[in-house]
Write a protein that binds this ligand. Structure first.
Ligand code: SAM
Ligand code: SF4
Length: 347
């Protein structure tokens, strides 16, 4: 694929507009951009083994993704996290990173990604060269067998190689782990100790009822207050003032010398300070991960007057962003709170 900037296209980013502020006066500055719904793993809490993926024609081209990102930057988005599905399985994805990397210092302050790291070893240097400084790697266990059971693929060695390559390329790695009842529950201390030993912070996440995954959600759900209290029997946890602008709350772990975050959508609502929006690989803007509200940016982008239509769509998204999510984890056998999987909106 050629240099994305060289192509002859509409210049969405040239249309400056008012900063994005929702109806609860929250300033939106953080975009999570999903570049594919496909993935090379099948994490049991994320998708079923036989997942139906979108036909490729429905997915935005890399040029369209770039145009959209520029449109958001023109409206005051300063941080973009590329996600998926697994972003690194998309062909030529490093071209998008390279193009977006050139916007750093020109409106964009930070370009990052969330990855399962199976292909990170191959791409770490190119990502660093593009201007990526930090990556979030999803890793729920460092036990090979549990990893294979959890992700339905025996890929832990590649993942560890990917993490090592990222570190060698100078990328700061943060690990995210979904805490799952009976599955990785007993292995979380080993994961945290290993990560802190490698110099990586870890954030634990409660499972969310997104999409049908062929397993009972309530059997997966492990409240993080339980995890925290078990960890505090083992280690000295001290509240930390550290914040990343996201929903995580942190503690310092005295014995490992590392930092541990908790994201608790169920036990603690964190929506008040939400500064983010999400766009799927088909260009659907979801102003809330936990809501069904959406605006079709692909239609706007492919319309006769893309600049005007996109501006209108962005404004509409600000009007419909809900005050808070409505996840519930209190009913056995309930349908998923939302039919779409996390791999659509990228977590
Ligand atoms: N494939 C990449 C990865 O795994 O990092 C990026 C996309 S993945 C959907 C983003 C994040 O969502 C991962 O950290 C994953 O663990 C998390 N996730 C997926 N399904 C989830 C669910 N139902 N509840 C909570 N987190 C979930
Ligand atoms: Fe793939 Fe990430 Fe979902 Fe796991 S969590 S199946 S790696 S998209």
């Amino acid at each position: 694929m050629s240099d994305i900037r060289q192509r002859d296209r509409i210049d969405i980013g040239a249309a400056q507009g008012a900063p994005l502020v929702d109806s609860f006066l929250r300033r939106i500055s953080y975009l999570r951009l999903s570049v594919t719904d496909r993935c090379d793993l099948r994490c049991t809490y994320c998708m079923p083994e036989r997942m139906t993926f979108l036909p490729k024609r429905e997915v935005l081209s890399l040029e369209e993704l770039y145009d959209l990102a520029c449109g958001f930057i023109a409206r005051g988005v300063t941080k973009i996290r590329v996600t998926g599905g697994e972003p690194l399985v998309r062909r030529d994805i490093v071209d998008l990173f390279a193009a977006l990397g050139r916007k750093i210092g020109d409106g964009l302050e930070e370009l990052t990604l969330t990855t399962n790291a199976t292909q990170l070893a191959e791409h770490a240097d190119a990502l660093a060269k593009a201007g990526v400084r930090r990556v979030n790697v999803s890793l729920d266990t460092i036990d090979r067998e549990t990893f294979a059971q959890l992700s339905r693929r025996d890929a832990l060695p590649q993942v560890l190689e990917g993490i090592a390559a990222a570190k060698a390329a100078g990328l700061k790695v943060k690990l995210n782990a979904v805490a799952l009842k009976d599955t990785n529950e007993d292995e979380l201390p080993a994961l945290i100790a290993w990560a802190h030993g490698q110099g990586h912070d870890v954030t634990l996440i409660e499972v969310m009822p997104l999409g049908d995954v062929e397993e009972e959600r309530l059997d997966q759900y492990l409240p993080l207050d339980q995890v925290r209290s078990a960890l505090s029997q083992r280690w000295t946890l001290t509240e930390s003032a550290h914040r990343t602008g996201g929903p995580a709350r942190y503690v310092d772990v005295a014995e490992t010398g590392g930092r541990l975050g908790f994201i608790t959508p169920h036990t603690d609502n964190f929506c008040e300070g939400c500064n983010r929006i999400r766009v799927t690989a088909t260009g659907q803007l979801y102003p809330c991960l936990g809501g069904g509200e959406r605006v079709d940016l692909r239609a706007a982008l492919r319309s006769e007057a893309p600049q005007e239509e996109l501006a209108r769509a962005f404004d509409q998204a600000m009007l419909i962003k809900p005050e808070q999510h409505h996840f519930r984890m209190d009913r056995r056998g309930a349908d998923p709170a939302l039919a779409r999987h996390m791999s659509m909106t990228g977590g």
